[in-house]
Design a protein. Sequence first.
Length: 93
Amino acid sequence: MFDTMAKPRKSTSLATIAFIIVPLLAALVAAIWYASRAWTVLSGPPMPAVGYFAMTLGVVFSLVVGIGLMALLFYSSRHGYDEAPHTEDDHLP
């Protein structure tokens, strides 16, 4: 009924890979050009020391939240909290 043997996949041609990679690289180059152009053309007043302090606090807070959530994710996964609930009926023959 079901074929248990895995069928070999067709190899992806170089043209197909280029068809995907070339537009992605073009978009990356355009984004870098736009960002560097905006960075140099748009100038404003210098940031005060309080701005750098606030930016540092924001970065540190973001890192703490991200690391904490990833730690909770790994903890819950390793200790079985992500498993489906089991009932007593599951163990009956």
